[in-house]
Design a protein around this ligand. Structure first.
Ligand code: FES
Length: 110
């Protein structure tokens, strides 16, 4: 039986995340957070607020596959606007949940 997060993303499907500038790709399970993929590549990614959309240091640019991620909630959109992120491509990796589509991101605070 399929299980769903409140984001509506089906869990247990596989997807791939490529993290630039290192260019490393990791296989992930749908329903996990984007930040977990970044950390799995071995990249350094500070999370000062503990993943609560308050600090913005986990900000990434989504270069490909953004439509496959969960929708940004109001607190994430507000934080991105405060840090001057590009609204159409910016995500807080602690908030974005992976779907079934491959994603390519670039670290901003690298
Ligand atoms: S860890 Fe603070 S906003 Fe993501």
């Amino acid at each position: 039986m399929a299980s769903y997060l409140r984001t509506g993303i089906r869990r247990n499907a596989k997807t791939w995340v490529t993290v630039l500038p290192a260019g490393k790709t990791v296989e992930m399970v749908s329903g996990t957070r984007l930040v977990d993929a970044v950390l799995l590549t071995g990249a350094e990614l500070p999370r000062r607020c503990g993943g609560h959309a308050r600090c913005g240091v986990c900000h990434v640019m989504v270069l490909h596959g953004g439509r496959g991620l969960s929708k940004a909630r109001k607190d994430e959109r507000e934080r991105i606007a405060q840090i001057g992120g590009e609204q159409s491509q910016s995500r807080l990796s602690c908030q974005a949940v992976l779907g079934r589509h491959e994603v390519t991101i670039e670290l901003v605070n690298h």
